[in-house]
Write a protein that binds this ligand. Structure first.
Ligand code: NAP
Length: 283
């Protein structure tokens, strides 16, 4: 196995498959459409939105931007979500989070139609994941981590998998996905005692702390496989993963790079699930 677990080839394969399926759908007048619900003008949201627009363009998928003021009330946003739920031309919906503090985010998550919830934020879809049912939508970031492991033939059965993140977006659903592959997950966080020991005992370490280059040799062994989900600004003013990639790539057994790693296939998998939703709706 190559030490650098790049997702570039996997991304290409996924993209070719998506484009061919979208062509088949479009020929019959069934082009999938993603609605992006954005609240306010957060630069990170705008940047993600731009990348989705670009992907939509490349894959032949329609992307509709729905932008509301960040002064919108919970009731107002709920109505917007219901409009998109009831719009038959919309296949899937993604809404950027976190929402402004005055909005009841849980209520909005409960409002999205589970059939259009391509980013898997509805409690109904998350409950499926926690029941070990992976037949519906999966949250894109942990899904991308699992896809990379699968692509490189890394069988998780009987393996210890340490996940440094306990959020609902990554750590918790990922632990369920690992269980689904008969691995033994350990969820770590900022209060974990002796993180070094837990990580050294793991076969696979998935990290998403957002602490640039904080994962160093001392936490790992030569047999470690590292999936780096973190993206944050390093001391050098450059975006970096959680792992000190340049140093670790010659030390560990396998590691994802920051560019061409998990992030590269996250939105591709979101689009893949959108196309799947359209296909399912026609069955
Ligand atoms: P988050 O909710 O703040 O989660 C960070 C996690 O790291 C928390 O569970 C936190 O523990 C833990 N942590 C922080 N410092 C730690 C330490 N010193 N030791 C052990 N655990 C520590 O952030 P998030 O939204 O999940 O995002 C995390 C990172 O992933 C960010 O860099 C983000 O940009 C990146 N991300 C990437 C993608 C992608 O597609 N590549 C997608 C989503 C997020 P506590 O719970 O105890 O605070």
């Amino acid at each position: 196995m190559d030490a650098v677990l790049s997702s570039n080839e996997l991304a290409k394969k996924l993209e070719e498959d998506i484009i061919s399926r979208v062509q088949t759908l479009t020929q019959k007048g069934n082009t999938p459409k993603l609605a992006i619900l954005r609240v306010g003008e957060n630069p990170n949201d705008i940047s993600y939105e731009k990348s989705l627009l670009k992907k939509g363009d490349a894959y032949g998928i329609e992307v509709q931007q729905v932008v509301v003021e960040d002064t919108i009330t919970t009731e107002g946003l709920k109505e917007k979500m219901e409009e998109l739920n009831n719009d038959d031309s919309v296949t899937g919906i993604i809404m950027f989070r976190p929402l402004p503090k005055h909005i009841d985010e849980e209520l909005i998550q409960e409002t999205i139609s589970w059939k259009k919830d391509v980013d898997c934020m509805s409690p109904l879809n998350l409950a499926k994941i926690f029941q070990g049912d992976f037949s519906s939508f999966q949250p894109a970031t942990p899904f991308a981590s699992m896809k990379i492991l699968e692509y490189y033939g890394i069988d998780l059965s009987g393996k210890n998998v340490a996940i440094v993140n306990r959020s609902m977006v990554l750590g918790k659903p990922l632990a369920m996905m690992v269980l689904g592959k008969n691995g033994t997950p350990t969820i770590c966080h900022s209060r974990t005692k002796d993180l070094k020991k837990v990580l050294q005992e793991a076969d696979v370490v998935v990290t998403a702390t957002g602490r640039a280059k904080s994962l160093t040799r001392e936490f790992l062994t030569k047999d470690s496989i590292v999936i780096d989900v973190g993206v944050s600004m390093g001391e050098d003013g450059k975006l970096s993963g959680d792992a000190d990639f340049e140093d670790l790539k010659d030390f560990v057994k396998g590691i994802t790079p920051r560019l061409g790693g998990v992030g590269k296939i996250t939105s591709t998998l979101l689009m893949d699930q959108l196309v799947q939703a359209k296909e399912n709706s026609l069955k």
